[in-house]
Design a protein around this ligand. Structure first.
Ligand SMILES: [Mg+2]
Length: 275
């Protein structure tokens, strides 16, 4: 079997869009763990949100936060990045994006010109009502380091003007399942995947084959950097258009689709190994 890496979006992909449950993916997650295949979350979520979720998943692999803004490498995997100086709360963080303070300095004056609401303006209760997250998870969602999430209330034309202004400040906007994220130009789920592939290549001595899974437009850069791109069906919108060496569309949505396709792929690679 080739060395495999599974890199996965969370909301609407490994986690159910509405309930945030991953139970339906447990059989495939257990098989990946048994085969020592890293499962690397690559998500719009924050580092604080990931910490609790990794515990529930029993996952100790590196992860990518805030839409490709930083790669977090846990202490158990420091061999992936031997050049590091020090860890913070048990992780090395390799930033690709722009610090949140710089992003907020650009966004704050734009409230005078455009109609939008940001996470920074919301109380925990408002975050809960907009996301359906539990109180603890909502507090973690507010601990943003590299991106601001916002709800757009203005016209499409205004939105284009807004994006042009962001671009002149080396920022860009990404539409996720619920929110528009504003982040640094260097933050990119695809670039983060490529960096991970290089980090693993140096420890594995071979380039791993990367399976990436996602369900929406903000996953396209990640899916197109993978060897096998898995587009998870989403009942709320049409599937993104993806160009990759191999593209697989799941039939089921969310974690059920994740389980279906990862099981198929593991069947294929493990059969190749026996041959
Ligand atoms: Mg998603």
């Amino acid at each position: 079997m080739p060395a495999l890496l599974i890199v996965t979006d969370l909301d609407g992909t490994l986690l159910d869009h509405d309930s945030y449950s991953f139970d339906a993916a447990l059989p495939a997650l257990k098989r990946a763990a048994a085969a020592s295949i890293p499962v690397i979350p690559n998500t719009s979520k924050t580092r604080a949100e990931l910490l609790g979720l990794r515990e529930r998943l029993g996952n100790a692999d590196p992860f990518v936060i805030e839409n490709g803004s930083a790669i977090c490498i846990p202490e158990q995997h420091l061999h992936l990045y031997p050049e590091h100086d020090e860890t913070e709360e048990g992780f090395i963080e390799l930033p690709l994006g722009t610090p949140i303070t710089e992003i907020r300095a650009v966004l704050d004056p734009l409230h005078a010109q455009f109609r939008f609401e940001t996470f920074a303006q919301w109380s925990i209760d408002q975050v809960i009502s907009h996301t359906g997250l539990s109180p603890g998870d909502a507090a973690d969602a507010l601990e943003r380091r590299y991106s601001e999430a916002l709800l757009w209330h203005d016209s499409e034309a205004a939105r284009r003007a807004f994006v042009d202004i962001l671009s002149s400040h080396h920022l860009h906007a990404l539409q996720g399942g619920r929110f528009l994220s504003v982040l640094g130009k260097g933050a990119d789920k695809g670039r983060a995947l490529e960096r991970l592939r290089q980090l693993y290549r140096s420890v594995l001595g071979e380039t791993p084959l990367v399976i990436a899974l996602g369900d929406s437009d903000n996953d396209i850069a990640m899916l197109e950097t993978a060897d096998v791109a898995v587009v998870i069906a989403n009942a709320h919108r049409r599937a993104p258009q993806v160009n990759a060496p191999e593209v697989i569309y799941s039939r089921a949505t969310g974690p059920e689709g994740w389980n279906e396709v990862i099981q198929q792929l593991l069947d294929r690679f493990q059969a190749d190994e026996k041959r």
